[in-house]
Design a protein around this ligand. Structure first.
Ligand code: BTN
Length: 324
């Protein structure tokens, strides 16, 4: 996806058909570029309807992000927003800006990521208009070594917003997936810059599946879902989602910086999908331990009552024992 292709797709994202000639004229490009763009769009999995004598249109119009619909309320609480249509990754982009003294509370959202990244080196995939992808730069007063509960606070805030928007079954999976039942709805990728002792900088990346989970099912290992499987059209407005999520993160991150994870612990456990369930935890070295998930401690570590006695995990992956 290039910025020009995205511009062409905006022209075709309408109920009415538009001729190649009209699109070319509006964007001051050649008709051949429009024709090529249609082919490229199809190669990216977008369905373009073409009718002789009428032109083209996207089979499913995209509901675009619009900074005017989220940035005023965000700037009122000090968050500066950048909407960049096409990027490799909002996290990578913001990480580069962080190194050249980007301000605290800078938000970057994108319509399309060419190299979206997930945790553990996985890719993060989303079709055009099908995902909400953003990253927020936060400069903490506490050192990076004291940010262990951060990803849980972020997951909690996102899940609560989704519940308030009507997705009452949204929950959290340790450490920071947002799930409905066993299916993943959203993920968080936090990357830290700066040293372990002084004030620290975090790039907090969030990806939410809004539409099109069916096309992700072949490509990702775990069960996935999207908002359209749970909410009506009104709940799928990415501008509202973005605004509400960032407002909540802003409030929670300020409190987390001052007080740490402890004040969030009870609320997190209330939304914990595996609370008191028998689970297995896969650690980073390939080991696996089964036990009852008791919740988390004040640093966000997972507490497990295992046959070997009580265990505490600072990293790892959890799944329901015998589950998906
Ligand atoms: C996960 O593996 O669950 C984390 C997924 C995080 C994806 C988001 S999309 C916006 C931001 N930019 C990226 O490249 N990744 C994060």
């Amino acid at each position: 996806m290039t910025p020009q292709l995205l511009d062409i797709l905006r022209q075709l994202s309408h109920v009415d058909f538009r001729s190649g000639e009209e699109v070319a004229r509006r964007l001051r490009i050649s008709r051949a570029s429009v024709h090529n763009a249609v082919q490229e769009a199809e190669a990216l999995g977008l369905r373009v309807q073409a009718v002789r004598g009428r032109g083209y249109r996207l089979a499913r119009p995209v509901s675009w992000l619009d900074a005017a619909l989220f940035s005023p309320e965000l700037s009122a609480c000090g968050v500066r927003s950048q909407l960049v249509p096409v990027l490799d990754s909002t996290n990578s982009h913001l990480m580069a800006l962080a190194q050249s003294s980007a301000p605290h509370k800078l938000l970057v959202a994108a319509e399309w990521q060419g190299k979206g990244r997930g945790r553990r080196g996985r890719a993060w995939l989303a079709g055009l208009g099908g995902g909400l992808m953003f990253s927020l730069l936060w400069r903490f007063n506490r050192p990076a070594g004291e940010l262990s509960g951060l990803s849980l606070v972020v997951g909690l805030g996102l899940a609560q917003v989704l519940r308030e928007l009507g997705l009452h079954r949204a929950g959290v999976k340790w450490p920071n997936d947002i799930v409905v039942g066993e299916a993943k709805l959203a993920g968080v990728l936090i990357e830290l810059a700066g040293d372990m002792l002084g004030p620290s900088t975090a790039i907090i990346g969030v990806g939410v599946n809004v539409l099109g989970a069916e096309s992700l099912r072949g490509a990702v290992e775990q069960p996935v879902t999207d908002l359209s499987e749970h909410l009506s059209e009104r709940g799928l407005d990415r501008n509202v989602l973005l605004r509400e999520m960032v407002l909540r993160l802003n409030a929670y991150l300020e409190r987390f910086d001052a007080e740490g994870f402890a004040p969030f612990r009870q609320d997190w456990e209330a939304l914990h999908m595996h609370q008191n369930q028998i689970v297995q935890v896969f650690d980073a070295r390939g080991g696996v331990v089964a036990g009852r998930a008791l919740g988390v401690d004040d640093s966000g570590a997972l507490l497990l009552a295992s046959e070997r006695g009580p265990l505490r995990f600072h990293s790892g992956e959890v799944s329901l024992r015998g589950g998906a």
